[in-house]
Design a protein around this ligand. Structure first.
Ligand SMILES: Nc1ncnc2c1ncn2[C@@H]1O[C@H](COP(=O)(O)OP(=O)(O)OP(=O)(O)O)[C@@H](O)[C@H]1O
Ligand SMILES: [Mg+2]
Length: 163
């Protein structure tokens, strides 16, 4: 199952991430793919906001992993600088993916074969113009398909609509 979202602004990408973040469950895994500067970290920031994280969400390019606490622990990985599959275990990736927090992995496609062992929501971002981005959200297993179905229905728990 796929859900396609066309974003015209960074704020729209963040808002989509936030909606996804609100729908995530303990143990959820998100893989993010897309070229440099397409908006993976912008999307991740939205996910963190949707999880209620209040610490700043910055790129883990150099740290490899940033950990935040929201309504669930939020493990934000960036594998761009990793060369070797053997390093994945050393940075604690397996433990996070197996845990009860939410794990989000930028540049997951670099280690797709390894990461295929975990069911996940996969987001692929493509640059279409200066600020236009296409986000393709893909889910196979039921719990992630339910998230895409909620996005399709336009469920938005942002605030009550007050009437
Ligand atoms: N529609 C959009 N969605 C997301 N980001 C956008 C959009 N339009 C412009 N941008 C800009 O593109 C940049 C995306 O940067 P970001 O760090 O999120 O990319 P990234 O994919 O995480 O890169 P990296 O591979 O280096 O981690 C930001 O400067 C953001 O403001
Ligand atoms: Mg990034």
């Amino acid at each position: 199952m796929q859900y396609i979202f066309n974003s015209a602004l960074a704020e729209e990408t963040e808002a989509l991430g936030k909606m996804v973040g609100k729908l995530l469950f303990p143990g959820a895994v998100i893989y993010l793919n897309g070229d440099l500067g397409t908006g993976k970290t912008v999307f991740a920031r939205g996910v963190g906001l949707g999880l209620g994280v209040s610490t700043p969400i910055v790129s883990p390019t150099f740290t490899l992993l940033n950990v935040h606490q929201g309504r669930l622990p939020f493990y934000h990985f960036d594998l761009y600088r990793l060369e070797d599959e053997s390093e994945l275990f050393a940075i604690g990736l397996d433990e996070c993916l197996d845990g009860d927090g939410v794990s989000l992995v930028e540049w997951a496609g670099k280690f797709a074969a390894y990461l295929a062992d975990w069911p996940a929501l996969t987001v692929t971002i493509t640059k279409q113009g200066q600020a236009e981005r296409q986000l393709v959200l893909q889910a196979e297993s039921k719990s992630y398909r339910q998230i895409l179905a909620a996005l399709e229905r336009g469920d938005d728990n942002d605030e009550d609509n007050g009437y």
